[in-house]
Design a protein around this ligand. Structure first.
Ligand SMILES: *[C@@H]1O[C@H](CO)[C@@H](O)[C@H](O)[C@H]1NC(C)=O
Ligand SMILES: *[C@@H]1O[C@H](CO)[C@@H](O)[C@H](O)[C@H]1NC(C)=O
Ligand SMILES: *[C@@H]1O[C@H](CO)[C@@H](O)[C@H](O)[C@H]1NC(C)=O
Ligand SMILES: *[C@@H]1O[C@H](CO)[C@@H](O)[C@H](O)[C@H]1NC(C)=O
Ligand SMILES: *[C@@H]1O[C@H](CO)[C@@H](O)[C@H](O)[C@H]1NC(C)=O
Ligand SMILES: *[C@@H]1O[C@H](CO)[C@@H](O)[C@H](O)[C@H]1NC(C)=O
Ligand SMILES: *[C@@H]1O[C@H](CO)[C@@H](O)[C@H](O)[C@H]1NC(C)=O
Length: 312
């Protein structure tokens, strides 16, 4: 009967977010469990399979053991609180963070963050900084609803800066897994959807034109359009932008002097209304471009002409 009362107390009392435990319990970060010693006497049997147990002293050489049901003792109770802040997110953009970020996270976590993009969109997620116990506490990324090792795309631990991942499909699962000891501040990540757009390739010609999607009509929200121009080895690419209008800063065209879109190969990031006319002569025979737009303010975008220039 008394167990019944105590158990229903556990089941119906709400978990408080500021101290994570039901009223009267104390949280122990080392174990990530809430403990409570009753003020009244109870007569539980020796089972430890419930939330509460009673103990009795059995002499100085042995210490304590669980008590029999006819013996009244103080009850020692524990409860595993829900420490995770995961769940399902959808829409166009959002953010996730480890529990308590930027304070220390907890031990023994397994938090699941599900992100769903609309059909035809992928998800780009960016972690400015990750700090976890190296080799033991992980931020993991999956592209299916599975937390099995073979399905894991990446497991990040230790101190990592500027990590970005773009999904192939419209679903991402981020898992934050921590072991039983040592914590750090964890992570924060921002995500947004991007339209799944196959790259546009100009190959095997000596001149051409490229435009933003829908030009001269407004481009879409959440564009992420890649372009490649390749000419014969040894030649260069001369490109001229004669019309350009995008939302300043947030909708931009990046130009790379390479097939590889790395920061060291980026020669321009263009946005706003005062770009055109703009001209540039590549040093290599492969140039790539990336046009990105966000969720607000669409404009007509840009128009570009290019031609192959033989090296003298
Ligand atoms: C997005 O999430 C909200 C709240 O969880 C839910 O009501 C809605 O149905 C979801 N929409 C889609 C398209 O999954
Ligand atoms: C993920 O899979 C589990 C187990 O198969 C299921 O219970 C859960 O509802 C799924 N969650 C989502 C968000 O799809
Ligand atoms: C990782 O970052 C934490 C701060 O969150 C710092 O205390 C620790 O020294 C760093 N470890 C390494 C190996 O840089
Ligand atoms: C994503 O696509 C790339 C290129 O097609 C492929 O190599 C990779 O395995 C894919 N990743 C997942 C998780 O499907
Ligand atoms: C252009 O075509 C050649 C030959 O088919 C190929 O090797 C190269 O990767 C292509 N370039 C691009 C940018 O797709
Ligand atoms: C580059 O293109 C511009 C505009 O079409 C043209 O005026 C210029 O002469 C070209 N330069 C070279 C080296 O071909
Ligand atoms: C592109 O990057 C890959 C891997 O980082 C590298 O192997 C390759 O040589 C690079 N290609 C060019 C043209 O820079």
């Amino acid at each position: 009967m008394i167990r019944q009362i105590i158990l229903s107390f556990f089941l119906f009392s709400s978990v408080l977010t500021d101290n994570e435990c039901p009223y009267g319990y104390r949280f122990y970060p080392e174990t990530a469990i809430c403990y409570h010693l009753s003020e009244d006497l109870y007569d539980f049997d020796g089972s430890v399979s419930y939330y509460c147990v009673t103990f009795k002293g059995v002499g100085s050489s042995v210490g304590i053991q669980t008590s029999q049901c006819y013996q009244q003792q103080y009850a020692f109770c524990k409860i595993v609180p829900n420490l995770c802040n995961g769940g399902i997110q959808n829409g166009s953009f959002g953010s996730i963070q480890s529990p308590q970020y930027p304070q220390q996270y907890y031990n023994k976590l397994m938090c699941l963050y599900y992100i769903y993009a609309p059909e035809g969109f992928s998800i780009n997620i960016y972690f400015p900084q990750i700090n976890t116990e190296r080799y033991y506490d992980f931020v993991e990324i999956y592209e299916k609803n599975s937390t099995l090792y073979p399905d894991r795309i990446v497991g990040l631990s230790g101190n990592i800066s500027d990590y970005e991942y773009r999904s192939n499909g419209s679903f991402l699962l981020v898992v934050f897994r921590t072991n039983y000891v040592i914590t750090d501040i964890g992570f924060y990540a921002a995500w947004n959807v991007e339209r799944i757009q196959p790259p546009i390739v100009s190959n095997a010609t000596t001149s051409g034109e490229l435009t933003s999607p829908n030009y001269p009509n407004d481009y879409d929200t959440f564009d992420n359009q890649i372009y490649y121009i390749e000419v014969i080895e040894g030649a260069r690419i001369n490109m001229t932008i004669d019309d350009f209008l995008t939302q300043e800063t947030f909708d931009f065209l990046e130009i790379f002097d390479s097939m590889n879109q790395t920061a060291s190969k980026r020669i321009a990031r263009l946005s706003g209304n005062s770009v055109a006319p703009w001209n540039w002569l590549s040093t290599s025979n492969v140039v790539s471009l990336k046009f990105v737009s966000d969720g607000s303010y669409q404009y007509k975008g840009w128009h570009l002409m290019w031609n192959m220039v033989n090296r003298k």
